[in-house]
Design a protein around this ligand. Structure first.
Ligand code: ATP
Length: 260
């Protein structure tokens, strides 16, 4: 069995101070892990270590059997906020092409034809081809997020790390982004780790769920982790899981019931 990630007693620090402690988990090839936890729990920190951007950690950690630094090229990281200068009038295809150009560390003034071809293929695959000549800055938040995910695929990653891809999106856009992620999982079989505050739209693509709050609270299948007594440890007794048919919903955080 080849594991994409093996972590045992992984503790991550900033300047010697522990940010998140004792994470033990494994992820198999093709699996999607939903990473859940409140603000400051350590979700972004873990993704940045897996991507090889932050190296201050102790414990056992292997990504594709090696240290994260050695396999950076096989991993793509989609940060929470994408820094595309909105004053530069880039087309969607320009933005997607950047995924191939940046990864190679080469700056081209003329984007090579094979990169353009590949960009169109990726956009086509994700059902975004109609957007290719649109101006990136004029897209909706959900469209932008899908384009940024397309950009990450240009480097043909085997592990895709997505930091809150659904944040700041309305429910319809959340579903559109989720359907793109679901397509990536089905067609490419890429392993993914997705951090989120709202697990519900993603629940169906999660093979594993990890709940952290500065340390590991739970790791397992959605059925094993999404239980009242487990999520209650982090989000308080008002948090609940509700099963509707085969679907499991999590009610986390403030729920305001209007009583008139
Ligand atoms: N560059 C940094 N230097 C020092 N401490 C940091 C740094 N980045 C994050 N931290 C600390 O590490 C801890 C985990 O932060 P992290 O951003 O990983 O949490 P998170 O779960 O991603 O939160 P959010 O949901 O708000 O994005 C926090 O206590 C945070 O203050």
């Amino acid at each position: 069995m080849e594991y994409v990630i093996e972590a045992k007693d992984l503790t991550i620090m900033y300047n010697g101070v522990n940010a998140v402690e004792d994470l033990t988990f494994k992820l198999k090839r093709g699996e999607t892990l939903l990473l859940l936890g409140p603000n400051g729990a350590g979700k972004t920190t873990l993704l940045r270590v897996l991507a090889g951007f932050h190296t201050e950690y102790k414990g056992y950690l292997k990504v594709f059997g090696k240290s994260p630094l050695e396999v950076k090229d096989r991993v793509a990281y989609v940060p929470q906020t994408f820094s595309i200068n909105s004053r530069v009038p880039l087309s969607v295809l320009d933005v997607v092409a950047m995924g191939a150009i940046y990864k190679r560390g080469i700056v081209h003034f003329n984007v090579p034809r094979e990169v353009i071809k590949k960009g169109i293929k990726v956009l086509e695959f994700l059902g975004l081809k109609d957007l290719s000549s649109r101006s990136f800055r004029e897209l909706s938040g959900g469209q932008k997020q899908r384009v940024i995910i397309a950009r990450a695929l240009m480097s043909e990653p085997e592990l895709l790390l997505l930091d809150e891809p659904l944040s700041a999106l309305d429910p319809k856009a959340r579903l559109e982004v989720t359907s793109v992620l679901s397509r990536i999982k089905e067609k490419f079989g890429i392993s993914m780790i997705i951090t989120t505050h709202d697990i519900n739209p993603l629940a169906e693509i999660g093979d594993k769920v990890m709940l952290i709050n500065k340390k590991l609270v739970a790791f397992g299948t959605p059925d094993e982790v999404l239980r009242d007594e487990i999520i209650g440890k982090v989000y308080g007794p008002a948090s609940k899981t509700v099963r509707v048919g085969k679907k499991l919903y999590c009610i986390i955080g403030d729920v305001h019931l209007m009583v008139r």
